[in-house]
Design a protein around this ligand. Sequence first.
Ligand SMILES: O=C(O)CCC(=O)C(=O)O
Ligand SMILES: [Fe+2]
Length: 344
Amino acid sequence: MTATDPIQLRPIDNASFGACCVFDGAQGAKATVLAAEHNREALLDAFYGSGGLLLLEGMEGIAEDPTLLLRFSRLFGPEVEDYRQTLRARHSIHPDVPEILLIAGKSAGAVKPPPRPDPPLTAEGKLPVQFPHRRGWHTDQSFRRPPPDMSLFLAVVPSPRDQGQTLFADGVAAYEALPVDLKALVEDLEGLHVMPGAGRAEQDVRAGKTPDVLQSHERPQRQPVVRHHPVTGKRALYLCEAGQMDWIEGPLVGYEPGPDGEGATLLYRLMHHFTGPDFTYAHHWNKGDLVIYDNRSLIHSATWYDVENHERVMWRTTVHGNPGALYDGEAKSWIARPSGASFL
Ligand SMILES: O=C(O)CCC(=O)C(=O)O
Ligand SMILES: [Fe+2]
């Protein structure tokens, strides 16, 4: 770093990837967004240089001026998702800024926290992180092609300490550390990803639930298990598990399907490796923390909090536009086309 660098970076405590980012002299959300707008290149260098996880603290001023989150999100890519166009329920969209998704535990149509892992703590008395003790690992909207680049996640009302953390795993480090046999096995492998709630998740299939009839724009999508990052050139594992893979035809293309098939066995092995202690970080939220995470190279998981006794309100934006050459020229898979329309 030189004296003229506009950004100061420091490692995030207990994380082997990511950085905490401060703009020189900028106090509060408004000044930080302005400084970021003037130093976009430095911000993006910090983001990619730190492995795709940036933490900005003290951004609670966004809650009073939500357009700040939109302005900040726009620095990361050409398209910030407008949730009105993605059939999200109105109550989960910010009333003034439709690019902001509201993730809250108590409001109408609330997002329920995931259940507590069983047992709730590891044998060492720690928060369970590694799959399959911890379930729910995913990368955002991997059931779409092209999938999104990154998400921005703001703690408006965090849950109490030791609840409602968000876990992150570094797909680049996890890929690089794969044993040679697994690396060869995943090279050209594809996963089959599906939107949660379509009756195709592992537990739905195990319970014998009848899956929903999906329209063509809702169908499961193939994704590479190894993504080539368009900016850093690095390779990263790109996988989800129980709720966001298709456990009827998948989870892995070309492997025996279903929860007890060979595809499941390999997915379990990969996810266990991916979420191991060397590659994971648990973020304990403070009010005003803003975390930007790269969906092309990291996965994450929500954790339990006591929704009966505590509210938790998080705001999210999702940025699209640079998924990599693999997706060149593809139309958005999740937008319904009028029937009879040409698919050219
Ligand atoms: O609530 C959390 O900690 C994570 C939620 C999540 O996965 C998301 O909004 O994409
Ligand atoms: Fe997510």
